[in-house]
Design a protein around this ligand. Structure first.
Ligand SMILES: [Zn+2]
Length: 261
């Protein structure tokens, strides 16, 4: 009985957010005005180092993401001064609902995404004078330890929410921007262009220069391909957004016209 009641509540929430999502989607896909993107930092651990790192964040910390979108969009004929504006939200003290373990069924995945949307609506306040941004990215900062592997980040088109894992480290800041831009593009409907098992970018759409001779090594990454292919079996994470581009297939998915063709 209680489970049925919970499902009913979740369905009602879904109905409410669906209407809201539809309105936001229609505006974002046209790229006629700036899209506001909120970044809400969350400390993954209780260490003073992570807390200090978050305290020292400001919008400047994410300026390379804004300017990268501006440059890339210009390439596809979008001359908006600022296509994507990053707004820094307050530090969120709660954690987003955990992803279901293993390979979740469709039902579990839907319940989880509704829980996440509900949770996001409780933690997205920017204060009195600022309205809720169109895209909300909850960024979990992990202590930077050698060899540590970060959990999988996600960006959801439905609800325009991201849950992103990065390192709380000055040295990793430029690489963090790559991860944030990748997940942000998922919220704009871009799809992954790499093999989920090997993590190798898939040719041609996951390559920055699919026609390059010789093809390998590549010099840059297609942002949804995620990595720079070095050989058929090796690739590396770009050091920063200056080593990444939006390829024509991704551009088409997010509603830009394919400028290269
Ligand atoms: Zn992805």
């Amino acid at each position: 009985m209680f489970r049925k009641f919970r499902i009913l509540i979740l369905l009602l929430i879904l109905l409410g957010v669906s209407v809201q999502t539809w309105l936001i989607d229609a505006r974002i896909g046209s790229w006629e005005s700036t899209v506001s993107v909120g970044i809400y930092p969350i400390a993954f651990d209780d260490s003073p180092e992570t807390a200090r790192f978050i305290d020292e964040l400001d919008v400047e910390s994410f300026a390379d993401i804004e300017s990268w979108f501006q440059d890339e969009f210009k390439h596809y004929g979008i001359n908006l001064q600022i296509p994507v504006r990053i707004v820094l939200g307050p530090r969120v003290m709660a954690r987003p609902p955990a992803l279901p373990q293993g390979k979740p069924g469709i039902f579990d995945a839907i319940v989880w995404s509704l829980k996440l949307r509900w949770w996001a609506s409780r933690h997205d306040d920017l204060g009195k004078s600022r309205s809720v941004p169109q895209v909300r990215l909850f960024v979990l900062f992990h202590p930077a330890r050698d060899g540590e592997v970060l959990p999988h980040s996600i960006g959801l088109d439905k609800g325009k929410i991201g849950v992103i894992h990065v390192f709380a480290s000055e040295r990793q800041k430029r690489q963090n921007a790559v991860i944030i831009a990748h997940e942000l593009l998922h919220t704009f409907k871009a799809t992954d262009k790499y093999d989920p098992i090997t993590l190798q970018p898939i040719h041609p759409h996951g390559y920055a220069q699919p026609d390059r001779q010789p093809l390998l090594p590549q010099r840059a990454a297609e942002i949804m391909g995620g990595r720079i292919p070095i050989s058929l079996t090796e690739s590396r994470i770009p050091a920063g957004l200056s080593e990444a581009i939006i390829g024509p297939a991704t551009a088409l998915e997010i509603g830009l016209k394919s400028g290269d063709q």
